[in-house]
Unconditional design. Sequence first.
Length: 115
Amino acid sequence: MDNRKGFPNNLREQRQRLGLSQIKVACAIGMSASNLSMLEAGRCKAWPKARRDLATALDMGEDELFPANEYPPNSLHGYWVGYANGLADASSEIAKFFTRKSEALKGKLDQLREK
């Protein structure tokens, strides 16, 4: 395994050891060659199904192919978790905003009815 940042794995090494091209492996598991390239470079993390399929295709255990199971700091995953948490906070604020607006409109409607 090399010292790539991100999501280290042994995909490229095992694929080359078996004499397989990225295209052959990718086609065998129903993945694009560009996605496989990104996985090999450690730029993204493989979903569980992709991990299983790659382990089967490359005749190697998942834990051997993907020894690091955690998301690194400042990863895209961390970004999306923060984004989702932010959305949850924002949705609460949006709900409060529309509740206030609704109450204000209701008050105006009541005033118009009184006239």
